[in-house]
Design a protein. Structure first.
Lengths: 115, 115
């Protein structure tokens, strides 16, 4: 069983470009979470998606950031017009159910560097 | 708002010895979950141990155990018989019970294991 797969592992962008981060959850999982880890900090919740729906985006910056989890294919976190402050590790996690006892599986993250 | 505090940025332990990592949290909820995650250099977040707030008994997983003091809002991790492979960043995390898998993380403790 493959775990949560994130790609690319490293992504370099220049200021003003777009970054697209992909997350394939564990097979059969329909709940996806995105977290961001700034240097020297813990992970911060960004958004929670279920297939084709955004459930909670309270941690997502209001501008330039968007996320989707289509019926088919991976979840995508998209950052438009990147700035240096967007440099961070972005983690995806998945679970099969929205229950309190459900374990969360994390990917290895995408390290975004903005030049 | 819920917060998680890890006051030890770095800790060091000799191989085979015991070390305790501290974590305090703040919440007004009575139903919640607490976690310790390990993040090795590979960056993948690995669940070490989990504690349900309604359980009085401290959770244990092999060499890992917690000291959960609900009234003091303290949740420390004890690692016994430390091994070189335990060297990693350790994050304490909180999740409100009954809600999504939206975790609130502390800033982490970097654990070094000396041979």
């Amino acid at each position: 069983n493959a775990g949560v797969m994130q790609n690319p592992r490293h992504l370099v962008r220049r200021r003003g470009q777009e970054a697209r981060l992909r997350c394939s959850p564990v097979k059969g999982h329909s709940h996806v979470y995105w977290y961001r880890q700034l240097p020297e900090e813990g992970l911060k919740f960004m958004v929670y998606l279920q297939k084709e729906n955004i459930i909670d985006e309270s941690g997502m910056p209001k501008e330039r950031f968007s996320a989707e989890f289509p019926k088919e294919g991976p979840s995508i976190l998209r950052i438009q017009q990147v700035v240096r402050g967007d440099s961070a590790a972005y983690f995806c996690a998945s679970s099969s159910k929205r229950t309190e006892n459900e374990k969360l599986f994390f990917g290895s993250g995408t390290q975004l560097s903005v030049l | 708002a819920q917060t998680v505090t890890q006051s030890q940025p770095e800790m060091s332990v000799q191989e085979a010895e015991t070390v305790t990592l501290s974590c305090t949290y703040d919440t007004s909820e009575s139903d919640y979950y607490l976690f310790w995650y390990k993040q090795p250099p590979s960056r993948q977040m690995i669940l070490v141990i989990r504690q349900e707030a309604y359980k009085q008994q401290n959770a244990t997983e092999n060499r890992f155990s917690v000291n959960f003091q609900k009234a003091a809002k303290s949740f420390s991790l004890k690692i016994s018989d430390s091994q070189l492979g335990d060297a990693a960043m350790y994050f304490c995390a909180y999740r409100y019970g009954g809600a999504t898998n939206k975790l609130i993380f502390g800033t982490g403790t970097l654990l070094a294991v000396q041979p």
